[in-house]
Design a protein around this ligand. Structure first.
Ligand code: PGA
Length: 249
């Protein structure tokens, strides 16, 4: 009942020209896919991406945004600007944003609300570090992130939000979580959301897995009952490789 979602997070990769070249190769390869296909390029490439995917089902989004509506925030980009550029979603609270740019759960909570008010689909990223997992704190960390990042969101809001579980130790390391570890974390998140928002909302929400997803790991992950898709970093940069991942679902 939940449509699979495969999202590519390009991080700080690809110029406008490289983006166009990628999409020329990628779009025809995923024509037959039933998955929702999402790509988050760097801000500058969003308009070129939107133009290149016109007429396809591929959706374009941003990798972050500022929580304020507008104002004196040099270098920042607002939800309204992203929406007007033709994007339909935004990644929020990615672990690199939390780690390198000091994003807190509170800021992310505000970003989620702002994205919703601009009619952007927020993809809320959560995940524990290796240290937290080793200390047996995974459940606590995930519950805290969900609770604080969704503090201002209602059950109606939840229907317009996607969660991405990305264990920090699996991002860019080649160490994909085993399907069992990922499933356990996804179920924990869904159970937590059920307690807060009710069964219906928790059953409807899509929870993506992220962290070193590759063409040879996607199908075992997607076989898990609570894994509804993937957020793919490194492996989304190559058109053929990313198409293989999309076409697995
Ligand atoms: P990765 O990145 O697939 O390169 O591990 C995932 C992410 O950071 O979203």
């Amino acid at each position: 009942m939940r449509i699979p979602i495969i999202a590519g997070n390009w991080k700080m990769h690809k110029t406008i020209l490289e983006t166009k070249e990628f999409l020329q190769q990628f779009c025809p390869l995923v024509n037959g896919s039933k998955a929702r296909i999402l790509i988050a390029p760097p801000f500058l490439a969003i308009p070129a991406c939107v133009e290149s995917v016109a007429g396809t089902r591929i959706e374009i989004g941003a990798q972050t945004m500022h929580e304020a509506e507008m104002g004196a925030f040099t270098g920042e980009v607002s939800a309204k600007m992203i929406k007007e550029a033709g994007a339909s979603f935004v990644l929020l609270g990615h672990s690199e944003r939390r780690h390198y740019f000091g994003e807190t759960n509170k800021m992310i909570d505000h970003k989620v609300k702002r994205a919703l008010s601009a009619h952007l689909l927020p993809i809320l990223c959560i995940g524990e570090t290796e240290k937290e997992r080793e200390a047996g704190e995974t459940n606590l960390v995930l519950q805290k992130q969900l609770s604080e990042c969704l503090e201002s969101s209602s059950a109606q809001d939840l229907a317009k939000i996607v969660i991405a579980y990305e264990p920090v130790w699996a991002i860019g390391t080649g160490k994909t979580a085993t399907p069992q570890i990922a499933q356990e974390a996804h179920l924990l998140c869904r159970t937590f959301l059920e307690k807060k928002y009710g069964k219906e909302a928790a059953q409807k929400i899509s929870i993506l897995y992220g962290g070193s997803v590759k063409a040879d790991t996607i199908s075992a992950l997607m076989d898990q009952p609570d894994i509804d898709g993937a957020l793919v970093g490194g492996a989304s940069l190559d058109p053929k490789g990313f198409a293989q991942i999309v076409n697995f679902t």
